[in-house]
Design a protein around this ligand. Structure first.
Ligand code: T4K
Length: 383
């Protein structure tokens, strides 16, 4: 396509930030010298402490990835039976339940920020329900007080999938302080990444100790195994990389915020396209930039927009379409019936996450807006 709005090279939904190579090779030479590669080495300990200070959470355990963190979190809190969760998330949220032999019970989402709808949770609780597993989807804080009230009333465990919520604060307090625990992901596509990685944030020393045993085969010491644990340890390279990423995190989040603000300002006038706006008391990380396309008001479906942007070399992603409840593993569960999840289906049909990452040049945000403005109502952005 020859158009001034066409990107020269493909612009993908995200592009991982990397620290300068010299800093990384210096970190690597430390590992080469020490030969300490994994199993709670010095950089692992430093990264835990640094994250704890940065995030404002006293107890954090590092993991090989967010999925293993979630699987282990459920083990650590001995969650069983049925757990109420959202269908509007990445597959790993529900898979972690399945790996623990827990039955997922899907409840619909609310229309504002696409969170598990607290108004609909109570009617899904049965005598087998032991927990709630909501997601701070796209990193926007979920309605934590409402969930906690329900968890307290019914004696349920409350675990947060906070994979997207690195560094997000509400009234200055980390969103990771809510519920019984939260998990983070440090996957390559996340705001802070260690190629692969994750963490559990809990609120007391006893739980952290149990989590640390579980992620190391259940070993409490050289000879005592207290539980059938797993190997979910983050290695020294990942920890070293995490420390370097942390050094650069503030400008990286600031760059994301500048891009998101420009997207919001530019897209505001396009009929049929809406964005999520962070609440005023939230320090948001701008992990994703989802837009929602009302096909009637805009004149084209979300899929048509997705394809149209691709023809200009802009590759958004439809997070979260299809819904987890539509996957073959789950679609026969009674709670997965489309009639039970109308809002989640509506959002999954409308959403498109636009490119956002610290090194994205502002001109691409402007191009995307120009393409979308011209396409709406059947116009053309070419020329
Ligand atoms: N809970 C939630 C709510 C989650 O969103 C996730 C993960 C988890 C739990 C589990 O956490 P982890 O176990 O992953 O730590 C991606 C990620 O793989 C996944 O981590 C993430 N959520 C999910 C939302 O997105 P894909 O299949 O879309 O990734 P992929 O490989 O298509 O990458 C997306 C784009 O990123 C590509 O277009 C290009 C870019 N990219 C990606 C990678 C991996 C790069 O430029 N370089 C890279 O190395 O799932």
């Amino acid at each position: 396509m020859s158009s001034p709005f066409c990107a020269q090279a493909p612009i993908l939904v995200t592009r991982p930030f990397l620290p300068p190579l010299e800093e990384t090779t210096k970190m690597l030479s430390g590992i080469w010298e020490s030969r300490c590669l994994t199993n709670n080495g010095p950089m692992h300990q430093q990264f835990e402490q640094a994250l704890s200070a940065y995030l404002g959470v006293p107890y954090i355990s590092l993991f090989a990835n967010g999925t293993l963190a979630l699987v282990t979190a459920l083990q650590a809190l001995r969650v069983t039976g049925e757990v109420i969760t959202t269908p509007y998330s990445f597959a790993a949220t529900t898979h972690a339940l399945w790996w623990n032999n827990i039955k997922p019970v899907f409840v619909d989402i609310e229309p504002g920020y696409c969170h598990l709808d607290p108004e609909r949770i109570e009617s899904a609780i049965t005598p087998q329900t032991t927990g709630l597993l909501p997601v701070h989807v796209y990193g926007h804080p979920a309605p934590v007080e409402a969930y906690q009230t329900i968890a307290d009333r019914y004696g349920l465990t409350l675990l947060y999938d906070a994979a997207h919520a690195f560094g997000v604060r509400q009234q200055g307090i980390s969103v990771l302080t809510h519920g019984d625990l939260s998990i983070l992901s440090f996957h390559a596509t996340k705001v802070l990444h260690t190629f692969e990685g994750g963490a559990i944030i809990c609120h007391d020393k006893r739980t952290k100790t149990r989590i640390d045993f579980l992620k190391n085969f259940g070993f409490a010491d050289e000879t005592v195994v207290v539980a059938p644990g797993i190997n979910a340890k983050l290695n020294e390279f990942q920890a070293g990389l995490g420390l370097l990423q942390l050094k650069h995190i503030e400008p990286a989040i600031a760059a994301r915020r500048a891009l998101a603000e420009r997207y919001r300002a530019l897209l505001a006038d396009i009929p049929g396209i809406s964005c999520l706006h962070p609440a005023p008391e939230v320090d948001y990380n701008e992990a994703y930039f989802p837009i929602f396309i009302d096909a009637v008001a805009y004149g084209h479906s979300r899929d048509a927009v997705y394809e149209h942007l691709k023809s200009y070399n802009y590759f958004g992603r439809r997070y979260f379409y299809p819904l987890i409840a539509s996957f073959s593993a789950y679609r026969n569960l009674p709670s997965a019936a489309p009639a039970n999840l109308p809002m989640a289906h509506a959002k999954a049909e409308q959403v498109l996450c636009l490119p956002i990452y610290p090194e994205l040049e502002m001109v691409h945000v402007e191009n995307i807006e120009a393409i979308l403005a011209a396409f709406g109502g059947g116009g053309s952005a070419s020329g």
